[in-house]
Design a protein around this ligand. Structure first.
Ligand code: NDP
Length: 281
């Protein structure tokens, strides 16, 4: 029987610690503040933004939302980012994705001052992560590392296999694991003999976006299994990228979906906003 890694619990602990830290910062005249930009009317994004606003409220971080019309121009978006870059009261800037197709999200991410880039998407932060310098790390990968640490799961010297190489999860997570001295293999859709590779993993991470993709034959006995995937089935249920029921008996530790990696992402965003406030003080 695997130990179930309780992301909800770890995230609640982080939020409680941050709340205390923010109280101290406020006593010293530092008011952490997050600005969130949303362009268009994506309904899923609206839910994510609401959840971020709630988390800020709970911790005592100020929150300001900037809603832009679907037909916002490139110049209008860049102008707003520039304004927020220059506002002294704002420590963190987050551009909620997706944005309408006529806009270039990479250009917009790159325009955010990297010192306020609490999502860790700016090339300077990505580069700093690659060379192991202090930086803002993308929230989901940072959350995965934090979970492993909270459960005292050793990373150093372990073979970590990450399935997925996206810029927001797979690549930065692989980099984090490497920085923690794991031996890292990154797999993707062109990987040959995937099962041969995943079966070698001491720590197996699934960040694919395909429901129940990782089956028990792909997992080594006693592996640590981290499921980043969030997929909605036809009947509206949330499932991960791992076939949880089948894989769990083989694992020593496993994250459930929901209640695993998901809650960690917002907790790490809040951590990054507090870090930004301290850096900019
Ligand atoms: P992307 O779609 O950007 O990346 C998916 C990756 O999986 C790609 O690298 C792709 O390979 C790889 N892949 C796809 N099919 C296969 C296959 N058959 N075999 C091996 N690799 C494959 O997704 P994200 O990284 O953005 O997200 C991954 C999952 O994590 C999603 O379910 C998403 O919802 C979830 N997520 C959860 C978060 C959380 O807070 N818990 C936050 C962010 C994402 P290739 O590069 O070759 O195309």
């Amino acid at each position: 029987m695997a130990t179930i890694i309780n992301g909800k619990e770890v995230a609640a602990k982080i939020r409680a610690e941050l709340k205390k830290e923010v109280e101290e910062l406020i006593k010293n005249g530092i008011y952490p503040k997050l600005a969130v930009i949303m362009v268009g009317n994506d309904s899923a994004s609206a839910v994510y933004v609401r959840n971020k606003s709630k988390a800020c409220n709970e911790i005592g971080i100020e929150f300001e939302e900037f809603l832009m019309e679907e037909n916002t121009t490139r110049e209008q978006l860049l102008e707003l980012i520039d304004k927020l870059n220059n506002r002294k009261d704002i420590n963190g800037i987050l551009l909620q994705s997706p944005i309408p197709k006529h806009l270039d999200i990479r250009e917009a991410f790159n325009a955010i001052n990297y010192k306020k880039d609490v999502d860790g998407f700016h090339p300077i932060n990505v580069g700093k992560l690659a060379i192991g310098e202090d930086c803002f790390i993308s929230c989901t990968p940072a959350g995965v590392i934090k979970m492993l640490e909270e459960y005292n799961i050793p990373i150093e010297g372990k073979h970590a296999v990450v399935i997925g190489r996206s810029n927001i999860v797979g690549k930065p997570l692989s980099q984090c694991l490497l920085n923690k001295n794991a031996t890292v293999t990154i797999c993707h859709s062109r990987t040959k003999n995937l099962e041969e590779i995943t079966k070698q993993a001491d720590i197996l991470v699934a960040a694919i976006g395909k429901p129940k993709f990782v089956t028990e034959n792909m997992v080594k006995q006693n592996a640590v299994v981290i499921d980043v995937g969030i997929n909605r089935t036809e009947d509206g249920k949330l499932v991960g990228d791992v076939d949880y029921e089948k894989v769990e008996p083989k694992a020593t530790y496993i994250t459930p979906v929901p209640g695993g990696v998901g809650p960690m992402t917002i907790a790490m965003l809040m951590t990054n906003v507090v870090k930004a406030a301290k850096n900019l003080k």
